[in-house]
Design a protein around this ligand. Structure first.
Ligand SMILES: O=C(O)CCCC[C@@H]1SC[C@@H]2NC(=O)N[C@@H]21
Length: 280
């Protein structure tokens, strides 16, 4: 495996779009890595806290939430004429000190959905807390990890934490091992989608969203999230045992579920939904 990316990536265009926000921002594309999240966490632990977007053409140990494996779907060589890998795998790493952390992953998801489907016509939506969904099938996911920062005494400013926002988007159709139905992909609603074109489309808005989140938090995005929320009004079951109808998310990013015991605010859990009835 050479040390150079095989695919032509719009790294410079992405850098130019983001650099006015963060002059020290850089973009790195790697032909192969275990996981872009793992790599940025390693760098953070070694004291490197740069603002960087790391993109991989292949991950050998891609990770999802809750210890799951993220399959990149890259088998064999990408080849010279490659349109790009079947999925976009990238992590944005940077030090952050927002006033309030709640809703960061929802803000990231919303920026992805809005930049991939600006007018909402495709039905691409958000499944709380971290998944992009299209017709009840997963298109992508987000894995946010943090490093650094000790305890904060009362009245002290919150020190920045190094945050790694890992994003995986299925671009081309593929079967995923262990799943009965194939995941959805960007090609389902964007016929020319490739990993490089998706990168160019999503990163400028992602950077703007993260930049604004530091001061404003999730609350200003709340109504826009609701417009893309695929769970609202559906019967859900959470991994901590709550069952009921999803009422959407609160202004702090919690999932609100109307259960037999009243409305419960869920802050961290896995959520499954009752499948939609088959069309007649
Ligand atoms: O759906 C999930 O559970 C989150 C998936 C996150 C996958 C991305 S791919 C780029 C980055 N590197 C990783 O190892 N994981 C994230």
């Amino acid at each position: 495996m050479s040390n150079h990316p095989v695919v032509r990536w719009p790294a410079e265009a992405v850098w130019e779009a983001v650099q006015p926000l963060w002059p020290d921002f850089s973009v790195e594309v790697l032909p192969e890595i275990d996981s872009t999240n793992t790599e940025l966490m390693r760098r953070a632990r070694a004291g490197r806290d740069e603002r960087v977007l790391l993109v991989a053409e292949r991950q050998t140990a891609g990770r999802g939430r809750l210890g799951r494996v993220w399959q990149s779907g890259v088998e064999g060589s990408l080849g010279e004429a490659a349109e790009g890998p079947p999925s976009l795998m990238m992590s944005l790493g940077l030090p952050l000190a927002p006033r309030d952390w709640s809703g960061l992953s929802l803000a990231v998801g919303l920026s992805l959905v809005e930049s991939l489907d600006p007018d909402g016509r495709s039905g691409l939506g958000l499944k709380w807390p971290n998944d992009l969904w299209l017709q009840d099938r997963k298109v992508g996911g987000i894995l946010i990890e943090t490093a650094g920062a000790g305890a904060v005494a009362a009245g002290q400013a919150v020190p920045p934490r190094y945050v790694v926002m890992g994003i995986g988007l299925n671009v081309l159709p593929r079967q995923a091992e262990g799943l009965s139905t194939a995941p959805a992909c960007l090609r389902d609603f964007w016929p020319e989608a490739s990993a490089p074109s998706a990168l160019e489309r999503v990163v400028p808005d992602l950077a703007r969203t993260v930049h604004d989140f530091v001061e404003q938090g999730f609350a200003p995005l709340h109504a826009r999230f609701a417009a893309r929320d695929v769970l609202r009004g559906r019967e859900v079951r959470t991994s901590d045992g709550s069952e009921g109808t999803s009422l959407g998310v609160g202004a702090d990013g919690a999932l609100l579920v109307h259960t037999r015991h009243g409305t419960q605010a869920i802050h961290s859990s896995e959520v499954s939904v009752r499948p939609l009835a088959a069309p007649r």
